[in-house]
Design a binder for this molecule. Structure first.
Ligand SMILES: [Zn+2]
Length: 384
């Protein structure tokens, strides 16, 4: 009898242990541990300037650094909203006992979408609207985009995430924002730090429209090349100055979302971003819009690739005039083809590093007196 009890007890223990192993393995599964789903909630409309003239060619070097910004229009709203429905662990260290079933939390809590709350609701009749909002837990620096990273596949068939690089830029960025808000959809913008210091009012406008804002280095350097490849401190500075500059331009929280210029992603810097809890975004689908001059070709490029892939994180550039011009029609075609837009928000905003905030403040010493808005300094007193 005693022997029987021992046998039964042993079997029970082994069973529990086996269950534990299975549970632990499942908790290790990628994807849903990093991404939580929030209620779909559209955006409030935002008045933005219409598309107008073209900017000739992607300017690599930009205008004379003019830190004195024009008066920012609307009050900045947090780009990185808080408290959606959550769930998530680190991608690198599977320390979370996330039970497999709890991995992906979908919810439609009334009014709980912080992203939406910052801008109110969007109830334009016939507008595309957001299919859902997903929250990304950036702890450990998860990386997304099937072109390089295959682990996290959070989009369903016919879902797209729209991402825009290299802004903020006059005319083009406001035109993209207008097209998105006209359809009640949201996107993620990876801004270049220097551009954000030149056009902070546009960064603020992007944030006020409820878009998610990440960063794209300080000055768009290929970090896989020298001097950055051989000097990690310089590479870190290029990344961190970008984070600090975009953060300063928005003057509010931004997302710990990062995209490497030219999608050149040195492993050592991915590790660094992991320590910083900043997520990396490659792409599922590159529009190559920077090589395209005509809006209809941008549309064709995106639609053809999406129809082939069925879904994806789409890489475009709000810096590009053709893309800005293409957006209204592209959104119409996406909708007609049954595609739905998913918006990504971070679980928590990025933290900047004081050393680089300070570097940002001192990098433009020549303009130290130019802190007042232009319209307070210069006014027309005769003529038109
Ligand atoms: Zn870029």
């Amino acid at each position: 009898m005693r022997a029987l009890i021992i046998v039964v007890a042993t079997l029970a223990t082994l069973g529990l242990a086996a269950f534990g192993v299975v549970a632990a393995q499942r908790a290790n599964l990628p994807g849903s541990a990093v991404v939580a789903v929030q209620a779909a909630k559209p955006v409030a409309p935002l008045a933005a300037s219409p598309v107008s003239e073209k900017i000739a060619q992607p300017a690599v070097q930009a205008p004379i650094a003019a830190p004195a910004a024009a008066t920012p229009a609307p009050a900045p709203a947090p780009a990185a909203p808080a408290q959606p429905i959550r769930l998530a662990q680190n991608s690198a260290a599977p320390n979370g006992p996330a039970p497999a079933g709890a991995a992906l939390a979908t919810a439609t809590p009334p009014g709980s979408g912080a992203a939406a709350n910052s801008t109110g609701s969007c109830d334009k009749p016939g507008a595309m609207g957001l299919a859902r909002t997903v929250e990304i837990d950036t702890k450990g620096g998860p990386a997304f985009g099937f072109e390089h990273f295959k682990q996290y596949d959070f989009l369903r068939e016919h879902e797209v995430v729209l991402t825009f690089d290299d802004g903020p830029w006059p005319e083009n960025t406001p035109a993209v924002i207008k097209a998105l808000t006209d359809e009640c959809v949201k996107a993620t913008f990876f801004e270049i730090g220097e551009h954000a210091t030149w056009h902070p009012e546009i960064s603020k406008m992007v944030a006020a429209a409820g878009m998610t804002i990440g960063s794209h280095t300080w000055s768009h350097k290929d970090l896989a090349k020298n001097p950055y490849a051989s000097d990690i401190e310089q590479a870190k500075q290029e990344i961190e100055m970008g984070v600090s500059a975009v953060h300063a331009a928005v003057d509010g929280p931004i997302a710990p979302f990062f995209r490497f210029p030219d999608l050149q992603q040195p492993p050592v810097l991915l590790s660094y971003l992991g320590e910083r809890n900043i997520a990396t975004f490659s792409t599922d689908l590159d529009s190559f819009d920077f090589k395209i001059r005509r809006p209809e070709q941008v549309i064709k490029s995106v639609m053809t690739k999406l129809e082939k892939r069925g879904k994806g994180i789409v890489l475009m550039h709000d810096f590009q005039h053709a893309t800005a011009e293409a957006m209204p029609e592209l959104l119409r075609q996406l909708k007609a083809a049954g595609f739905k837009v998913v918006h990504m928000v971070p679980k928590a905003p990025v933290t900047t590093i004081a050393k680089y905030d300070e570097m940002l403040r001192t990098q433009d010493k020549l303009s130290v007196n130019n802190t007042r808005p232009e319209n307070a300094v210069v006014r027309t007193i005769s003529g038109n």
